[in-house]
Ligand binder design. Sequence first.
Ligand code: ADP
Ligand code: MG
Ligand code: ZN
Length: 500
Amino acid sequence: MEYEAVIGLETHVQLKTKSKMWCGCANEFGKPPNTLVCPVCLGLPGVLPVPNDEALRLTVLTGFLLNCEIPRFAKFDRKSYFYPDMPKNYQITQYDKPSTLNGFVEFEFAGGLSRVRITRAHLEEDVGKSSHFERTSGVDFNRAGVPLMEIVSEPDITGADMAYEYLNALKEILMQGGVSDCDMEKGMVRCDVNVSVRPKGAKELGAKIEIKNMNSFSGVRRALEYEIQRQIEVLKQGGKLVQSTRRWDDEAGVTDEMRTKEHAQDYRYFPDPDLMPIEPAEDWLAEVKSRTVELPLARKQRFMRDYELPASDAQTLIWDVQARIYFEKVLSLAKDKKAFGKPIANWIINNVRAKLAEWNRAVGANEIAPELQDNKGDATMFKTFDDLKFTPAMLLELVALEDAKTISSSAAKQVFAGMFDTGKSPGEIVREKGLTQVSDTGAIEKFCDEVIAANPGPVSDFKSGKAAALNFLKGRVMKLSKGNANPAVAGEILERKLKA
Ligand code: ADP
Ligand code: MG
Ligand code: ZN
């Protein structure tokens, strides 16, 4: 009997807001414990929550980015449970009337496109953080009440690798949409993994097993690889699986059971009487809609289609937002975008980025993840595309000079180094260094005559059929011209003269 896996993910994402969900405390990571707290987020009796409008906007923005419907009525509910890091003893969330519904995420997987349907993305609040020491435990409430969005997928995922690609695609969309920084190290994205197995082709779903609170995508992948195998083994041995919650032990590489699953009625959901329902106005929705960005996948496909970029270059530009913005700036100045896309991308990916990295290494600036490059923090020495001394127009000029064969590709590298160091225009550097490629046939003819006269050996070699001798002679011509002769023209003239 063959089995197949069925997977649905519940992804929690901290929203990029200045303040918390129901109070004015800062939404910041890494501050001393319990310094970003007030009576509201400490859950003291008698306080009133005031919803954070930006968090509502970011949730609806996510809905647009994930192709969701935006219901014109949504509300907040209380989900009751006890946890030491949640002092109210209930979490405010959205139960049966979430802010977004019925979307999908499309992403590249296994050489094609995959689509995972999104059940809903709703808004709730994060809880505090417990730490356990040798003899005591502590709770830090800085994270309590931070706006948290939960994105629930349909059980459309069929394996560990697909789950991994889905999560990466989702993260890229949320980061580029400005919804969240998605910094995994800071726990900004956490995931509950639901997985069952069933006989291949069966209609009915198997018992759902949930692995709680995963904080890395590679962890999700490893946990799924393990758990799918484990479930299949249980069934193969004639065992039975029951709905339950498990924990992933990353070090041991196994999952173990925490509890059999609680049910919705255990939480006694009810509408939060302190909060008004959300009935978004059309102009508010239009304003949020205007914040949508082109999706990373659509942009990649456009780059490949309109500018004939290879998939790898397009992908590099999608991941490196600063490089992509710079690419589009340079390209916007070009007349023939189809012809110039590829060389511009090449210069940016292979030269500009490399030079910036080299510069940053040389001055010892901290390496900063590309997605955080706009936030230079204390690494004041860190150079980005904004710090380039030359202008986008100059990079285009360089590409055009090389394209017109006015300069050779090795001269172009010298010109680029000069631009990077001094900010001078390519034209100026070419003039200063005398780098113009000579395509003027009269000048090249003279070089060829000289070389033929000076090298009777290779000349007779060529005449007796050794084709390779031509390359040697061409090399001499290039040398004589100090590298400025157009090599193709030099080759043609030499061959014509030798065959005459
Ligand atoms: P609950 O109410 O227990 O949270 P939901 O029906 O809301 O369960 O589903 C939670 C997540 O589990 C969703 O992502 C959903 O796609 C997924 N899921 C539901 N049933 C199964 C199943 N049998 N196998 C795998 N995933 C499932
Ligand atoms: Mg759930
Ligand atoms: Zn507060």
